[in-house]
Design a protein. Sequence first.
Length: 457
Amino acid sequence: MTEQPTFFSGAAPQPLAARMRPRTLDEIVGQRRLLGEGKILRRLVENDAISSMIFWGPPGVGKTTLASVVANVTKSKFIDFSAVTSGIKEIRAVMQEAERNRAYGQRTILFVDEIHRFNKAQQDAFLPFVEKGSIILIGATTENPSFEVNGALLSRCKVFVLEALSEDEIVELLERALRSPQGFGGQSVRIDGDVLRLVATFSNGDARTALSTLEMAVLNGDQGPDGAVVVSRETVEQCTSRKSLLYDKNGEEHYNLISALHKSMRNSDADAALYWLARMLEAGEDPLYIARRVVRFASEDVGMADTRALQLAIAAYQGCHYIGPPECDVILAEAVVFMALAPKSNALYVGYGAAKKDALKMLAEPVPLNIRNGVTKLMREVGYGAGYQYAHDLPDKIADMQCLPDSLLGTRYYHPTEEGFERNYGERYRQILEWKESAARRAEKNRADGGVDSKKE
């Protein structure tokens, strides 16, 4: 039976981003570091010498486009595969097809979009076919492949990092879309350079977003007296309404932003810290997650330089828990600015790290007998608690008593800085060390004098 045409039979026009998709390496905008004349990826593609690889980069930088260009240039069968809609059953079917192609001397390139969405079992299904050379795997991911791709598979792939496009590159792409017959070259569109740059700024390095925004702005532009479409700044602002924030609470950008916040506070940059805080909160981050990181920062980076930092961080966490978003934003702002402006010391962080290293190497070091708890008669008979001195009963509230294992005597883990209040704690620490050194000298003299207590002389 022949299907009758209807009013809806006409093919829907493709979006501008699809119409402008490059078909050759020369048409790709950006990625000059990889695709410029003589660069490694360009040479591999032009010489048809590609091996399994992974394209890693943010959305809209050309990962799928580049794979499509490879399909046009390379002398291989190209299969486009989605990690979102495919499972192991589909993987096996494609692998069988690739094996048949190999039997006839034809190489298969398998492009897997969003490869990070595959679980370990699905990724493992590719491995034997990659090893045998049945397929050349090209994966695309927005996530760090070091964490999202199996080590065995990753070791057999060359990773190429694709960078977000610059504003100038986005403007170049938009100008090309206005001139090209595949874009708006067949109609008259007037848009000032500063308005075009506004679109580029909004796109945040994402070519797909830039082209989609331009298309929406043109479709909503005003009709000029000469019939041309006029795209004004107001039209673009209405189409964008609010800049989308590049953020994925489960993705790498999540960790990039919290890292930016932490390092801005560490560098005492209150303005940058407020900006990164706002980026996270306005993108929908859980305030308690940020508050927990601030608590950590209080001890890791401020520490003894201002012991109020930990108190304020805990109070900020409780405040955020008590009133929740969005009202808790100013609570976090107070905590973040306090941390940024507070004197800094990482002496606790470094000291604990050194102690941890020794503790892991020396797991069986015996506790000195004098500070063991002799709770039974047998324990006391074998020396538990022998020689223990109760510091509160002594004039200086310090006992000349060994507390570290023999192998670690004299080890110093805490090295106070001169920052903020830690200067005072450092002075107290030095006084204690001097007292202990003096006590050690008295004890040595006592032994040299045949047991006479030098303190009574």
